[in-house]
Design a protein around this ligand. Structure first.
Ligand code: SF4
Ligand code: SF4
Length: 425
């Protein structure tokens, strides 16, 4: 109990410091080190067959950005892709470099191709060198993406036969060496196997909701069965939901494929299904996704319940094609230049109330930490303003308790399966 209480000021302090400052402050930089990928997911604009301009960020560009991050006090750096581990020696060198600079929170992940070389699950002798190299790196969080509870569906979509068996074999090896990978689900219409059909008629809403409840439930069950102790959910990234017809998306994962294209009505139901499913699994697996964010996203008045997205204010994205920084992966029409240090004075709108998309990497922490920023800046509004929604506040407090109980999702710590919290909705 004492440890939890001691972590509370640290959590609040970090958040408050990061979000109370008036200027742009990079708290998190997502660096797309490559947009090459060896996966074939039809719902992703970077799949291996896609005809896009491919690029790797030069190592020197990444090192410069990392030095800037360390000097500017950036708390978290994520290496994303494409497939970030497509060049394993290269990313391990970059991670070591970032570790030497003492950047506190380093994250990256993989589509798992190395666990299924040659189209079948790898043997232990093939897995162990990779696992040991990742464990030895300074990564705090390592994710492995899985997009369906159904093994055949996931492997067919990704074009990586054998990958689920390989991952399941690798997980105990990671755990024995002290790293606890997170499974990363990108929401799509095949999360449970067969395609969940689009919602055509208003009367079909209950069936659509139930399909997604079952799908999420099947997914978390599968994740636990595979041996994962941590999970994250990425919200759909489609043009329609992103409402970016006039913008120029920087992050190539955005797609208009039916697999990830949802109407706003469908999206609200998807978020509701996830909101209603997660509580039953929070004791079985650590799930990052804050319920307060899902509650807000599932409501028609979501704008009143969401704290402003901090993309372009505290969080930034660096694109592999030009090494330039953008407010996020979506606002590709706002080039903020190549220097992290120059962000404080960079021109361009801060758009504190941007709600063009639901990029989970920025939406979830903005909701979770936005409260601290809000309390510091508008203390009376918390009691009397538009964010005063009892259910949202209740879920937000339960999220904070859960995050503390989960050691702030430290991927170097095991899951203490007995979390003594109530999470009923
Ligand atoms: S979702 Fe990931 S693994 Fe699949 S094609 Fe896109 S970047 Fe590659
Ligand atoms: S809501 Fe956030 S992540 Fe989405 S486009 Fe706006 S600033 Fe970017």
């Amino acid at each position: 109990m004492k440890r939890k209480i001691r972590r509370l000021p640290l959590f609040a302090g970090l958040s408050a410091l990061a979000f109370a400052r008036p200027s742009r402050l990079p708290g998190q930089l997502v660096i797309q080190i490559t947009n090459h990928c060896n996966g074939s997911c039809p719902q992703c604009g970077m799949r291996r067959e896609a005809e896009i301009r491919r690029a790797n960020l030069p190592a020197e560009t990444v090192r410069n950005a990392l030095r800037d991050c360390a000097e500017t006090g950036v708390e978290a750096v994520s290496f994303t892709g494409g497939e970030p581990f497509i060049n394993i020696p290269e990313i391990l060198k970059l991670l070591d470099y970032a570790g030497d600079l003492k950047i506190p929170c380093l994250r990256s992940g993989t589509n798992g191709y190395m666990f299924a070389p040659g189209g079948e699950a790898a043997g232990l002798d093939q897995l162990i060198p990779f696992v040991e190299a990742v464990v030895k790196s300074p990564l705090r969080n390592f994710w492995i993406s899985v997009d369906s509870a159904d093994t055949g569906t996931h492997e067919r979509l990704r074009g990586l036969p054998g990958v689920i068996g390989g991952i399941a074999k690798a997980l105990p090896v990671f755990h024995a060496r002290g790293l606890y990978p997170a499974v990363n689900l990108g929401i799509n219409r095949c999360i449970a196997g067969a395609m969940i059909p689009p919602l055509e008629e208003p009367g079909d809403e209950d069936a659509f909701l139930e399909n997604y409840r079952r799908g999420f439930s099947a997914f978390f069950t599968k994740a636990v069965d595979m041996g994962f102790t941590m999970a994250n959910v990425c919200y759909p990234m489609s043009f329609e939901t992103a409402n970016l017809e006039t913008g120029k998306p920087a992050y190539g994962a955005i797609s208009d494929d039916i697999m990830v294209r949802f109407s706003r009505r469908e999206l609200r139901l998807v978020f509701k299904a996830l909101l209603e499913t997660i509580p039953a699994f929070r004791k079985a697996i650590r799930i990052f996704t804050p319920l307060s964010a899902l509650y807000a996203l599932s409501r028609e008045n979501s704008r009143d319940l969401l704290f402003p997205c901090l993309g372009g204010i505290c969080y930034f994205y660096m694109d592999s094609r030009d090494g330039h920084i953008y407010p996020c992966g979506y606002r590709g029409d706002e080039d903020l230049g190549a220097s992290v240090a120059a962000l404080r004075t960079a021109p361009g709108s801060q758009r504190p109330f941007c709600e063009k998309c639901h990029w989970e990497c920025f939406t979830d922490p903005s909701q979770l930490f936005g409260m601290f920023r809000h309390v510091i800046r508008h203390p009376l509004n918390v009691c009397f303003g538009k964010h005063f929604d009892r259910q949202m506040l209740r879920l937000w407090f339960s999220d904070v308790k859960y995050y503390l109980a989960c050691d702030l999702f430290d991927g170097r710590k095991p899951f203490k399966h007995m979390i003594n919290l109530e999470h009923t909705l």
